[in-house]
Design a protein around this ligand. Structure first.
Ligand code: NAD
Length: 476
């Protein structure tokens, strides 16, 4: 019966792939039925699907890179490093560790519960829905998907409508490779996203803005569905007077202007000690010239702003007269030159929301304690970057600020280490993923106590209070 169900639903759902809105309900139902067959539970099945995914991405690599170039204007090399390498690495890591991660973990059992033993058993949730944004549209959908495969879930994938070429190629890869009763890609925009949210998912994995994160969490509340929300915010880079300015300038310029600043963990704004402000700005400018040339608008390394709406939004946040450097832009190309300006306060329009573009506002500070104190009143960012050579100041900043992650003397490389959980806190999100953390996030941890029958301690059934008194005295 189970095998029959499997093939019936596989063939039914396959035939329906491509009919989008009207069949989201049916895809959920088919996935739930397939999940109930238990087909996704075994190590062998999960391992095989990871292998199949790896081959499918490899086979379509050229088309993926072309789609990324069309949507984001990035070079092949940059897209390969930012979108394909993380996916390949994540698949390899899962294949290498899957068996040990799946193994139930023994934990100790208190003496009064003996001879029972205790284990933590990771089990899949069921149907996982994964939403991705447009800024790294391939890897931000594929990386959590690797986790969902490795944890034995079925999944419904929703890419971003702002990256239509990537949507098309991902839909093709998924439709050609997997049966939609196991993995389905839903093309389309907000209406399709809303339709997914109306159905009951067993886990919601969302990457995007805090605004839509709230919508996702409201939808999740209806079914008490657990969520992982990978959101954005304003990430500060702080450069103290004892920092290595040469290195700080290089790393900040690289992180800020990569993908035209459209990176969730890019430094959104810069705080620099006033004694080194001018020197740092000059060095950042120098670094921009070295990377993008004297005419950055002509550089193939300058990515596009995703669309006209975001181009207009960014252009309205500053005036060219305010700039220390940069400011050129082209509506036709949807590009804005790497730009930097000094600002005096948080009243500036650039400080009212996450910038998500190649414009770096710079504020100065005199005292790190005062700055750290003022940051405590702000929303917790996805990441915080502190540049200083003084380890006691490094400790001070880490201990007295809260952020999803942090780098000392660097920017956003913490998310390139699959052994570090990646996620936000407060307004920048909840839950984390990458590597083992993806496995933990996308698995329910079932606590299991297994008792033996050869010993049945009569004291637990005793009506006398002596045993209870003894427990209270010795353990509480
Ligand atoms: P977004 O929130 O507008 O969209 C993300 C996803 O939500 C898309 O798939 C979209 O179709 C869907 N969506 C949009 N409106 C919806 C609605 N009303 N109801 C249901 N679904 C809806 O985000 P974006 O503009 O694509 O991406 C930019 C944001 O994502 C930034 O805030 C950035 O910081 C954040 N981001 C976070 C991470 C991270 O890992 N933390 C990574 C990349 C981007």
């Amino acid at each position: 019966m189970l095998i029959f169900d499997y093939f019936f639903y596989a063939s039914q759902a396959c035939k329906k792939q491509g009919v989008i809105l009207s069949n989201i309900k049916e895809i959920f139902s088919a996935q739930r039925t397939f999940f109930k067959t238990g087909a996704t539970l075994s190590y062998e099945y999960r391992f095989e699907q990871l292998h199949i995914l790896y081959d499918a991405v490899k086979k379509n690599e050229k088309d993926v890179l072309q789609a990324l170039a069309a949507d984001l204007g990035r070079t092949t090399k940059e897209s390969y490093l930012a979108e394909l390498v993380p996916v390949y690495e994540e698949i390899k890591l899962f294949k290498k560790n899957l068996k040990s991660w799946m193994r139930p973990q023994s934990v100790s059992t208190p003496i009064h519960l003996l001879p029972a033993n205790s284990k933590v058993f990771p089990e899949p949730y069921g149907v996982v829905s994964i939403f991705a944004p447009w800024n790294y549209p391939f890897q931000l959908l594929m990386t959590p998907m690797v986790g969902a495969i490795g944890t034995g879930n079925t999944m419904i994938l929703k890419g971003s409508e702002y990256a239509p070429n990537v949507q098309k190629i991902m839909e093709k890869i998924i439709a050609e490779t997997f049966s939609p009763n196991y993995i389905a890609y839903i093309s389309g925009g907000i209406e399709q996203a809303k339709s997914i949210l109306q159905e009951k998912s067993d886990f919601l994995f969302f990457t995007g803005s805090p605004r839509v994160g709230q919508i996702v969490m409201q939808a999740a509340a209806k079914h008490l569905t657990p969520v992982c929300l990978e959101l954005g915010g304003k990430c500060p880079a702080i450069v103290d007077l004892d920092a290595n300015l040469e290195i700080a300038a290089k790393r900040i310029a690289w992180a800020k202007y990569f993908n035209a600043g459209q990176t969730c963990a890019a430094p959104d704004y810069l705080y620099v000690h006033q004694s080194v402000e001018q020197e740092l700005i000059e060095k950042i400018h120098q670094e921009v010239i070295e990377t993008f040339g004297k005419k950055p608008m002509d550089s193939p390394l300058l990515a596009k702003i995703i669309n006209a709406k975001h181009f207009q939004r960014l252009s309205s946040l500053f005036s060219v007269q305010e700039l220390e450097f940069g400011g050129a832009s082209s509506v036709e190309k949807n590009k804005i030159e790497p730009s930097l300006l000094r600002i005096k306060s948080w009243e500036h329009p650039l400080m009212q929301e996450e910038i998500f573009g190649p414009i770096l506002p710079v504020l100065s500070f005199q005292n790190i304690e005062d700055l750290v104190g003022s940051l405590k009143d702000r929303d917790k960012p996805l990441a915080l970057y502190y540049f200083s050579t003084d380890s006691s100041k490094q400790d001070y900043v880490l201990q007295n600020t809260s952020s999803g992650g942090a780098c000392i003397n660097d920017c956003f490389l913490h998310l390139a280490n699959p052994n570090l959980p990646f996620g936000g806190v407060g307004k920048s999100g909840m839950g984390a993923y990458h590597g083992k953390q993806s496995f933990d996030t996308l698995s329910h941890k079932k606590s299991i106590l297994t008792n033996k029958n050869y010993l049945d301690n009569p004291l637990r059934y005793s009506k006398s209070n002596r045993f209870k008194d003894w427990i209270v005295k010795n353990w509480l």
